[in-house]
Write a protein that binds this ligand. Structure first.
Ligand code: ZN
Length: 454
């Protein structure tokens, strides 16, 4: 009898250029080549990006197979060996964990995974969950990777998901920061695959976004809606260095999955990813460095919201807010030294604009010229025809608001992995994008041919 078998992996990343996706790709291909049957592409699950002690990407990975009972032991052994082989345990920041779950993913694990997207979960809770659900855990060092390893198995991609094709460099090129990828071919690919891929290029600056800049083994990664599109897009790129291997991941990148929790302001805690809805209570002010701070309140309290310079349109919009405007603000909660909190804005939605009134001098009833003041409380006079209006006061005039209702995002170059780009808005997942296992087999074959061809 065949059973689902899930492997969760977290935090084998070191800041010096390890890459958990690479280790996972190796393991996946090893298992497939041994004849084990995958249920899906490897999953790359991004978790709460606002946790300061995790790398900015905060990614965890999981593999999903259908196995016979007597195959499980070998799969476990292979997995642990692969992680041990590819992890530099001397790295202080590396705390790899591998977990195994047999059978369907239980609801409490899905719920745990959902909270891992926007909250801080304790290792204690992770241990309890693992124990209660009979998840086998292997900690290669400390226990910190346990949360991510569990959450990567429990991830829910039903509402939305995307794919990323990642090409890896050969050993002799790892560490050379320049990647020999033809940028014009990337721009051409971007134009050809609009709507099917996203965040290839930052439109405003023309900057190519698919190549990382660090010493990690990733040559490039293309994000998109389905495995076939990212593969075709990849084949359009001119690459002038050898490729070690290529893998496609199913992922929650580009879905706003971390912004699914609307909280009251009194419930905000440091390092949450959150959404709040309220009204602007204190007008925006500009800090040194150009950052804009505005205060938003709901019936439970109020919080400072910070729109950093790099957020472009978010900052420009924030600057135009006035008290009374209705906003939905999404982002990460940071503690401030004095115990207060700041919401670092990742997305700003303006849902209501109040009328703002300008007070201006009356115009002359005789000639229509704008009058001038004769002093405080003294009324006005017309400079042109000398008419006097001693009893008149300033008149109110509706000011034209410079912003309109809508959602505002930073430019793609400032996006987090999870940020849903504008270009994906209105994207509804089509049944043809759903992965079936024959589809996986086909794509795997084409991946093998990509690796061989280069
Ligand atoms: Zn006049």
């Amino acid at each position: 009898m065949q059973t689902e078998f899930h492997i969760g992996i977290d935090d084998t990343d070191s800041r010096l250029g390890g890459c958990t996706t690479y280790t996972t790709a190796l393991l996946f291909q090893e298992l497939v080549s041994k004849g084990f049957k995958p249920l899906d592409f490897p999953w790359l699950v991004r978790l709460n990006p606002n946790i300061p002690w995790k790398t900015r990407g905060n990614g965890a990975l999981s593999l999903h197979f259908t196995l016979e009972e007597d195959q499980m032991q070998e799969v476990k052994k292979t997995a642990i060996a692969a992680i041990e082989r590819n992890t530099d345990l001397s790295q202080r920041s590396t705390d790899p964990a591998v977990v195994f779950l047999k059978g369907l993913v239980p609801t409490p694990l899905s719920e745990f995974a959902a909270r891992a997207l926007h909250s801080i979960l304790s290792i204690r809770e992770a241990r309890q969950i693992a124990e209660a659900l009979d998840v086998e855990t292997h900690l290669l060092k400390g226990p910190r990777g346990l949360v991510g390893a569990l959450a990567s198995i429990g991830a829910n991609f039903c509402q939305d998901h995307t794919f990323e094709i990642i090409a890896y460099r050969t050993r002799e090129n790892i560490g050379i920061t320049r990647r020999r990828v033809n940028h014009d071919s990337v721009r051409l690919m971007d134009a050809m695959f609009r709507g099917l891929t996203f965040n290839n290029v930052d439109d405003e600056t023309g900057r190519v976004l698919i190549c990382p800049h660090g010493p990690d083994p990733v040559l490039l990664g293309i994000r998109g809606e389905d495995p076939a599109s990212v593969t075709k897009a990849f084949n359009q790129i001119e690459i002038d260095e050898p490729i070690e291997r290529v893998m496609i991941f199913k992922t929650n990148q580009g879905t706003d999955a971390h912004l699914g929790c609307l909280r009251k302001i009194e419930a905000l805690r440091p390092y949450q990813s959150t959404v709040i809805a309220g009204r602007v209570s204190v007008p925006p002010r500009v800090l040194r460095g150009g950052h804009v701070i505005f205060r938003t309140g709901d019936e439970t309290g109020s919080v400072d919201c910070a729109a950093y310079r790099a957020t472009g349109p978010v900052r420009e919009t924030a600057l135009q807010l006035v008290p009374g405007d209705s906003v939905t603000v999404s982002g990460g909660i940071r503690p401030r030294p004095i115990g207060e909190l700041t919401l670092n804005v990742e997305k700003l939605e303006v849902t209501g604009l109040v009328d703002t009134v300008l007070l201006e001098n009356p115009s002359c009833p005789n000639c229509g010229t704008r009058c001038e003041s004769m002093g405080k409380g003294q009324g006005f006079r017309c400079r042109k025809c000398k008419a006097r209006l001693p009893k008149t006061s300033k008149v109110q005039k509706l000011e034209l608001r410079k912003i309109t209702l809508g959602a505002y995002l930073p430019p793609p170059r400032a996006h987090r992995h999870l940020t849903k780009p504008d270009s994906r808005n209105g994207t509804h997942r089509h049944p043809q994008f759903e992965t079936k296992s024959d589809n996986i087999d086909q794509t795997l074959e084409s991946l093998v041919s990509i690796s061989i061809a280069s």
